[in-house]
Design a protein around this ligand. Structure first.
Ligand code: GAR
Length: 219
């Protein structure tokens, strides 16, 4: 018996490719990581990430939202699956369904999301296109605790990405995604390890800002 504290049981919720979920699985393979990915759950039975997780021996589950008459019925099915497995933390990883306050409140302080922009800028979809159209010079990604409003909640980690003159949504998105794969495992480590906590609506003990900005001013 080791004296190490128990690893938190995490469910990753996905809707598609699952590259962020895969980055969490890779991090959780380290023996000192304070969380294990016990379940990968998708609202889309055809999500490619389900096969990726199953191939790594992780339990997977599809709960097809189209089979439920209301958003809350769908969420009750997810909630039952999460409770049945003793899940303690939920990580939304490209989960593209809006969640009701009913579900969000059940996971208050225990549900994380990754978003491909520097929140509170560029909530919603098509973040890279919109950032380029606005001509911003700094873009990036955010991991945050989930609040009932879409793409909102206390911020745990952010990474900045410098926008280049010749960027397209795809090239910019690829550099942001690489940073997503760094900060999501870091944020989950801080939350599962009990370091990051919410104080007066802000996260204390979160990750230091990171990113690929060059030649920062030092004044
Ligand atoms: C990621 O870029 C994630 O930040 C984004 O969807 C992508 C999922 O990719 N999430 C959102 O836009 C949520 N608002 P993945 O399936 O390869 O992780």
């Amino acid at each position: 018996m080791s004296g190490a504290p128990a690893r938190k049981k995490v469910a990753a919720l996905i809707s598609g490719r699952g590259s962020n979920m895969t980055s969490l699985l890779a991090a959780a393979a380290a023996p000192d990581y304070p969380a294990e990915i016990a379940l990968v759950l998708s609202n889309r039975p055809d999500a490619a990430g389900l096969a990726t997780a199953a191939a790594k021996g992780i339990e997977t589950l599809a709960i097809d939202h189209r089979l439920y008459t209301s958003r809350e019925d769908f969420e009750r099915a997810m909630q039952a699956a999460l409770e049945a497995r003793g899940i303690e933390i939920v990580c939304l990883a490209g989960f593209m369904r809006l969640l009701t306050p009913w579900f969000v409140e059940r996971w208050s302080g225990r549900m994380l999301n990754i978003h491909p922009a520097l929140l509170p800028s560029y909530k919603g979809l098509h973040t890279h296109e919109r950032a380029l159209a606005d001509g911003v010079k700094i873009h990036g990604c955010t991991v945050h605790f989930v609040a009932p409003e879409m793409d909102a909640g206390p911020i745990i980690a952010q990474a900045a990405v410098a926008v280049r003159d010749d960027d397209t949504p795809d090239t910019l998105g690829a550099r942001v995604l690489a940073r997503e794969h760094e900060i999501y495992p870091l944020a989950l480590r801080l939350v599962a390890g009990g370091h990051a906590r919410i104080v007066d609506g802000r996260v204390m003990g979160g990750a230091p800002a990171t990113g690929d900005l060059v030649n920062p001013r030092r004044d």
